[in-house]
Design a protein around this ligand. Structure first.
Ligand code: ZN
Length: 126
């Protein structure tokens, strides 16, 4: 499962960051996940629960923010959100179109690939 390795990478990054503080409790962890990463939120939550077991992150709240895909086109100078189509075979998911909405040419993805920790809400020991 794609999500498990993504979450374990994030969690080990967070844990090494937290060694710089005397953490008594972690209230919540906020992640930013780009739509282009195709990481499923449900699977992320499930993986987070397993990966954080036995660590200081256990029982902390996982907050997931989604980052929409933004494209930039050199051809026509378009810059804006990608269009999404709903795939009839996967009616619950929408599929991003990565060609330029302005001219149909190939556009560069400037946002939507994030898989990062945005914020840690921690309590430090006195
Ligand atoms: Zn264009």
């Amino acid at each position: 499962m794609h999500e498990v390795s993504a979450v374990s990478n994030l969690v080990s990054g967070i844990l090494s960051e937290l060694t710089r503080y005397k953490v008594s409790r972690v209230n919540s962890v906020t992640l930013v996940i780009g739509d282009l990463t195709s990481l499923g939120e449900e699977q992320m939550r499930f993986a987070y629960e397993i990966v954080t077991r036995g660590t200081v992150l256990e029982n902390s709240e996982l907050i997931i923010e989604h980052e929409k895909i933004v494209l930039s086109c050199r051809n026509c100078n378009f810059r804006g959100p990608a269009r999404y189509i709903t795939d009839p075979d996967f009616s619950s998911e929408s599929v991003p179109i990565l060609s330029c909405p302005g001219c149909g040419g190939s556009a560069e993805v400037v946002e939507g690939q994030s898989c990062t920790v945005k914020y840690l809400d921690i309590e430090e020991e006195e």
